[in-house]
Write a protein that binds this ligand. Structure first.
Ligand code: GDP
Ligand code: GDP
Ligand code: MG
Length: 300
């Protein structure tokens, strides 16, 4: 719950001005805004940018309290714009097939659910995907994928529980090539607390799929849960330490979390956020939209 409060920085800013009957913002107000921003999940670097923008503006112009929201919105939009250029579907469209996508992230963030959603989206866009159940550690992951792939009518390649994840990936790529599938979605286990094993497992998958398609995986998507706040930033840091993340999907944006940490990630990493998860159904995957996102974090 604390994390969610942390996200509510604009509410705190509004409250600060509430009793003051102030019209024009001055330097000491900006100092206060800075303190509030620093206590949020959005990070120091982006706070410094926002604050110096505000300071420059009051040098040249007055900012009225009632206009603060639109000023902040535009400033934040400027900071994160152009960080979200390459859309996943565009990348898939122009690439050689099969386009191999690895899905990574810690346990419980929504990897398997998101694979179901992506396979559904891909089918709707005329593609013929195949899924590899390379999280062989959790029994439920294979069953979950069976249900999801039946629902989205997508072929699933699986082996028994505790079989070698890399071997499942190999089978999946082989099946994709022989059955002329155009996109491969590979589920993985997420044991970041056991970094050495996870790293070994991911790099073994990587090595094995390169035997069949040297340039694969074409895409590695990191899944982050909107409710984890600051920790999601740490996860991005940790995973990018040993793998090149090409895209991010943020799940559980249907809850109360606003995802202030997303600003920090967009500011500090050059990784586009492709989609957000907005529920548990196959169709609950929406394109990430910067403006809607900023409106959400500036709303009470
Ligand atoms: P994994 O361990 O990373 O594979 O995570 P799962 O896909 O098993 O998801 C963990 C839980 O999060 C499940 O109960 C999912 O239904 C739920 N979940 C995943 N994405 C979303 C989402 O966008 N919104 C909501 N409300 N729940 C989600
Ligand atoms: P925890 O019980 O969820 O904390 O699992 P750990 O990550 O501590 O793993 C315990 C042992 O189980 C590891 O040393 C591995 O041998 C095995 N193991 C754990 N996770 C995986 C996985 O994702 N894939 C495979 N193949 N084995 C795993
Ligand atoms: Mg899973």
């Amino acid at each position: 719950m604390k994390k969610i409060k942390n996200d509510n920085f604009f509410y705190k800013i509004k409250k600060f001005f509430f009793d003051k009957e102030k019209n024009i913002i001055n330097k000491s107000d900006i100092d206060h805004i800075e303190k509030i921003l620093l206590s949020a999940d959005i990070g120091t670097n982006i706070t410094i940018k926002i604050v110096s923008n505000l300071e420059n503006r009051i040098k040249n112009d007055n900012i009225k309290v009632k206009d603060l929201k639109i000023v902040l919105k535009n400033d934040i939009l400027n900071i994160i714009k152009n960080k979200n250029k390459k859309s996943l579907l565009d990348k898939i469209k122009i690439s050689k097939k099969p386009y191999v996508i690895m899905i990574i992230g810690i346990n419980g963030v929504g990897k398997t659910t998101t694979i179901g959603k992506l396979s559904f989206l891909l089918k709707q866009n005329g593609y013929n995907p195949i899924i590899g159940a390379s999280d062989t550690f959790r029994e439920s992951a294979i069953e979950q994928l069976e249900i999801l792939s039946n629902r989205s009518k997508v072929e699933l390649i699986k082996q028994k529980i505790h079989s070698d994840p890399a071997s499942v990936s190999y089978d999946t790529i082989q099946a994709a090539i022989s059955r002329k599938k155009d996109v491969v979605l590979i589920d993985t286990a997420g044991r970041l607390h056991n970094r050495v094993n996870l790293m070994k497992e991911l790099s073994k998958i990587d090595k094995v799929i390169k035997k069949l398609i040297p340039e694969a995986p074409h895409e590695t998507i990191l899944i982050l849960d909107a409710n984890t706040g600051q920790n999601a930033f740490e996860q991005t840091k940790n995973f990018s330490f040993f793998t090149k993340i090409s895209s991010i999907i943020i799940t559980k944006m249907d809850g109360s979390a606003k995802g202030g940490f997303i600003l920090k990630i967009l500011n500090e990493y050059d990784i586009p956020i492709q989609y957000i998860g907005t529920g548990e159904n196959l169709s609950d995957l929406k394109k990430f939209n910067e403006e809607i996102f900023i409106d959400k974090i500036l709303k009470k």
